[in-house]
Design a protein around this ligand. Sequence first.
Ligand code: GLP
Length: 254
Amino acid sequence: IVAATAHDAALTAARIIQGIVNEADRRHVKATLGLATGKTPQAIYAELVRAHRDERISFRHVVTYNLDEYYPISPRDPLSYRTYMHRHLFAQVDLPPESAHVLDGSVPPAFADEACQFFDRWIDADGGLDLQLLGIGRNGHIGFNEPEPHRSVAEFAALPSRKVTLDVVTRADAAADFGGNLDAVPKYALTVGPRVILAARRIVMVALGSSKARIVARALTEDPTTEVPASLLQLPEVAPRVTWILDPDAASLL
Ligand code: GLP
């Protein structure tokens, strides 16, 4: 979908999320949502908060799992993704606090991978994700699954949630949030792995702005490659469940 504006792109994504949550409510089952952070989803969350205020959506029976978190970082740090989610969504809707899961960036190093594996088992026990909302990094990352050209596509697609080393591009892009100081950007992150992301029953990828145009074109037109993690959304067993929502700038090189 190429929306007329970035705002329309956010509305389109919010409508899809609302549809999934309202349908689950009608069927008296919970909706399990995989959520993303970054600049891209902010307008989507703002729209969901509006819909909640107007009683067009309730999060009472929603369970959320966030994609990623910096490492190390305290959940209470103003720059943690836990704080981001609290600010943009959790504190403004009726989502039960115990239903909101974000990987804990303060877990001791010896347990970081184990904590991620526990997250995977938790998502599996919840029946997998009804929806995974995604943004794309300028290097093609999804979540914090950075390019790993030494791996095969099959190997990459099966990776579990785990601790990863952040790419230079990712840290440079994050520096603005950390007062422009690259050294202040965590060197690592915890991320949900491709195995869980690619298994979601619906995947909504949103990319906005001209800075994403090049990587969007690569992800959509090159053969799936671990040099561009988002290109794995093209895999035949995944693609039918994926919707790309772009604004005209992000779509400009297609
Ligand atoms: C960040 C996040 C991703 C996000 C991406 C794009 O590093 N870990 O989950 O999708 O980069 O961010 P933005 O929307 O700010 O461009």
